[in-house]
Ligand binder design. Sequence first.
Ligand code: SME
Length: 160
Amino acid sequence: MFDFAPDPAQPKDQIYRELVESAVALTHGEPDGLANMANLAALIWQYVPRLNWAGFYRAIGDELVLGPFIGKPACIRIPFGTGVCGAAAASRATQQVPDVHLFPGHIACDAQSRSELVVPVLRDGKVVAVIDLDSPEPERFDAADAAGIEALAGAIAALI
Ligand code: SME
């Protein structure tokens, strides 16, 4: 099996560089997007601490549909423009939410979630999915987390 063992003492940008390298290695030569998303959700879970949910929503028509993830069962369909995920998909921009209770329309899939980071995955300029990370800690995500997950989204956009 694959045992990726990030050193939590490393600077965040180094951890994310390794996450992206591991993601590229893990998906190399595998054309099945569903399998790749499943492994990538598990990989994010290994590399990014203090999360209670990590995974994918896929853009299908004008809504997001639940994809592979780690965490509690979640809502299945989210219209573009609704909630944090829908805002990321509609705006094609990363949503970094320090306190989900203050985000209008936030969809509480897990009542423990306090902060959230959602990054759109773009292929040829179109949103094909979003990567969603939830944390039970308020203000868990900073600019380094956003940049790291954006780098991941760019690296795997053609593979999911
Ligand atoms: N909180 C998200 C919904 C997805 S769950 O967090 C897994 C949102 O507001 O879009």
